[in-house]
Design a protein around this ligand. Structure first.
Ligand SMILES: [Mg+2]
Length: 350
């Protein structure tokens, strides 16, 4: 029994990272397209396609997966949450010339590159942007590895998720959005009842009402037609939790999320993390996983980015992501993760 429970938990941990990559890659070719345009072209998009947006081979992942990998690699290398190290890895990624990168992330990473501290770059970007352009989903899409590393420490998850978000996305809707997502993922991993409710309760009173109200409506007080898939963090998280927590399989959750259109790779990635935690990696379609190969990824970008990718996987992406989730789980079980001193300045005072 105990062995089965551990195997289950490991499969769910792997499901978080593999589900994220599958959603990212399924959504990539139709990013920015409307739901109607996807429906008229494909009826329903269910398989990994080549070309389309960014013109890449089928199975190519984007910044969503790559930045999640930066976080996972930092956790494994430092055996801690170290925001300085995470920020340095983001900058190294950006310098390699990735083909997909969000605006707030790019603005913050440029500041970091010029020497800004990790706890001021994101805040400065946030303060410089008007309402409507200041709460993107760029930190939400990458944050899931913390849920695996800190699954046993609900309070640490909230703190770490908020602080890591603030490196590029300091708006409280973003920082608390990451906290709720990761608290939900951790509860799914460890098998708590009603994971989303637990997560909302953990931040209620501190998190912005706009975020809490949207999430409290999931799943019963909102219809799927009302969900939106823009780049706004509240839309993305609400949609991802809805699809991730209500679908009857990981495949169905990811397909439904991607077919909403617009920010398809990111809503697919976040939904994939939730659904992967719920159903496990072994339930993800082989026809999708088969495309997550180095061959597909290697000829897709400039040479610096290829080199960056090769640092973290040289064969199959699904094997690399499984190994990362294994390592994160083993380090957590051995009690190895430490949290370095956290800033008091993220989102205007943690
Ligand atoms: Mg992307």
């Amino acid at each position: 029994m105990i062995t089965k429970h551990i195997e289950n938990e490991r499969d769910r941990a792997a499901g978080i990272l593999l589900g994220l990559a599958c959603g990212d890659a399924l959504g990539r070719p139709v990013e920015f397209e409307s739901a109607n345009s996807i429906a008229s072209e494909y009826d329903k998009l269910t398989e990994m396609l080549g070309d389309g947006t960014h013109r890449k081979p089928p199975g190519t992942v984007t910044d969503d997966t790559e930045l999640a990998v930066c976080i996972a690699r930092s956790l494994i290398a430092t055996e801690a949450f170290d925001p300085t190290d995470v920020a340095a890895r983001f900058v190294e990624w950006y310098e390699s010339g990735p083909f997909d990168a969000g605006m707030m992330t790019v603005d913050s990473l440029r500041r970091l590159k010029r020497g800004a501290a990790w706890d001021s770059a994101g805040r400065d970007v946030w303060e410089s942007r008007p309402e409507g352009q200041n709460a993107g989903n760029g930190s939400l899409m990458r944050c899931a590895p913390y849920a695996i590393a800190f699954a046993d420490s609900p309070e640490t998850i909230i703190q770490v998720s908020r602080t890591s978000s603030a490196i590029t996305h300091a708006d409280p809707r973003c920082t608390y959005g990451c906290a709720v997502l990761n608290r939900t993922l951790a509860a799914l991993l460890t098998g708590e009842n009603d994971p989303l409710m637990e997560a909302i309760d953990a931040v209620d009173g501190d998190a912005p009402d706009e975020l809490v109200d949207a999430l409290e409506a999931v799943p019963d007080e909102i219809e799927p037609e009302e969900l939106q898939s823009s780049g706004y963090v509240v839309h993305t998280l609400q949609s991802a939790l809805y699809h991730g927590l209500t679908a009857s399989s990981a495949r169905e959750a990811i397909v439904d999320a991607v077919n909403m259109g617009r920010d398809t790779d990111t809503v697919g990635a976040v939904t994939g993390a939730v659904a992967g935690a719920r159903f496990g990696a072994d339930t993800l379609p082989d026809s999708w996983l088969g495309y997550l190969t180095v061959e597909e990824h290697m000829h897709t970008s400039g040479s610096d980015h290829r080199e960056w990718v090769q640092q973290w996987y040289t064969d199959a992406l699904d094997i690399a992501l499984r190994e990362m989730s294994e390592q994160l789980t083993e380090l957590r079980e051995a009690g190895r993760f430490e949290v370095a001193a956290l800033s008091n300045q993220a989102d205007g005072g943690l």
